[in-house]
Design a protein around this ligand. Sequence first.
Ligand SMILES: [Zn+2]
Length: 67
Amino acid sequence: MAFMRGKQQVEEVEKYDIAIWNCDNPDCNAWMRQLYSFEKDPVCPLCQSTMSQEIRLLPVLSHSISP
Ligand SMILES: [Zn+2]
């Protein structure tokens, strides 16, 4: 029995709304998941600017999911 796929298989990555810290400096692209930072008012590790909370749609890494 042939099991054929007409197209290349596309890996679907599940994405979720994840809270992150986003650097306020427009010249800096740094951001980090809030999972890794419990600070209330973190500063950017790259440019030391303040960071704002933001929600982003990100692929979830299976290893980092906690029930
Ligand atoms: Zn920055």
